[in-house]
Write a protein that binds this ligand. Structure first.
Ligand SMILES: C[S@@+](CC[C@H](N)C(=O)[O-])C[C@H]1O[C@@H](n2cnc3c(N)ncnc32)[C@H](O)[C@@H]1O
Length: 238
């Protein structure tokens, strides 16, 4: 007898250690969340709404446009910049911090972009439902540093995140990672190649120089104010 469709998989246990909510949202931000967020959904991502983990219909979302992904977009300034500069690309941003999502929604209202979708949650849930080899570019900009050694395994640059990211990226696709934490650079240069990416250390991949189309993020501005040095690493998915 075949199994009932919805009973095949249980949600995996995924700890999320970051912040989901910060200071009280302004009235306008609550309105943006209520009025705009649902329409910007990339489809059924969460386990409740998609227990079978049916892949997203990217064609319905973006037609034939290439898909880019920004993981942990914070206030969304870089995502909006990229979406505005690259209207022939579709960008999905994921960010569990709802205050950041609200900030992005405000920016999107002002810009009137049609090529952005938002998953207001954990990137790992999104990876489950992205078709294999569907992502043409990914941005991981100033991921949470988790400075204490005992917390390094919470960092994004661990196999738990990098293996599914590798699976959803196209061969040859570019992954950009920025960080201001030297030990995060160390872990990135160790873990990301192990997950099937090649570091482009020369030319545009020089870690000291930002990318030509870079827009500095809120977190980077804070790092610069506090005297830390940005590192820009470019990888190619093998
Ligand atoms: C240090 S902040 C940087 C934000 C932004 N990229 C910037 O540069 O200003 C890291 C962000 O990653 C988000 N984040 C952490 N874990 C994540 C995950 N598993 N999936 C998606 N976003 C995540 C956090 O909520 C946080 O907003």
């Amino acid at each position: 007898m075949s199994e009932p469709k919805n009973s095949t998989s249980a949600p995996p246990w995924r700890n999320f250690y970051g912040r989901i909510k910060g200071k009280t949202l302004r009235k306008s931000q609550r309105e943006w969340l209520d009025e705009d967020l649902a329409a910007l959904s990339p489809g059924a991502v969460d386990w409740d709404s998609n227990p079978d983990r049916t892949p997203l219909d990217l064609k319905a979302l973006f037609g034939d446009r290439p898909l880019w992904l920004e993981i942990g977009f914070g206030g969304g300034e870089h995502l909006v910049h990229q979406a505005a500069q690259n209207r022939d690309v579709g960008i999905i941003g994921c960010e569990p911090y709802i205050n950041g999502v609200a900030m992005l929604l405000g920016k999107l209202r002002r810009e009137g972009l049609d090529n952005v979708r938002i998953h207001p949650g954990d990137a790992r849930d999104l990876f489950d439902v992205l078709p294999p080899q569907s992502v043409a570019r990914a941005f991981l900009l100033y991921p949470d540093p988790w400075p204490k050694k005992k917390h390094h395994r919470r960092r994004f640059v661990t196999p738990e995140h990098l293996e599914p990211l590798h699976r959803v990226m196209q061969p040859g696709a570019v992954l950009r990672v920025a960080t201001d934490i030297p030990d995060y650079v160390r872990q990135t240069l160790y873990e990301v190649p192990r997950a099937g990416f090649e570091w482009l250390a020369e030319g545009p991949g020089d870690w000291r120089a930002p990318w030509d189309d870079w827009l500095s993020t809120r977190y980077e501005q804070k790092a610069l104010r506090e005297g830390r040095t940005p590192h820009y690493m470019t990888f190619r998915r093998v």
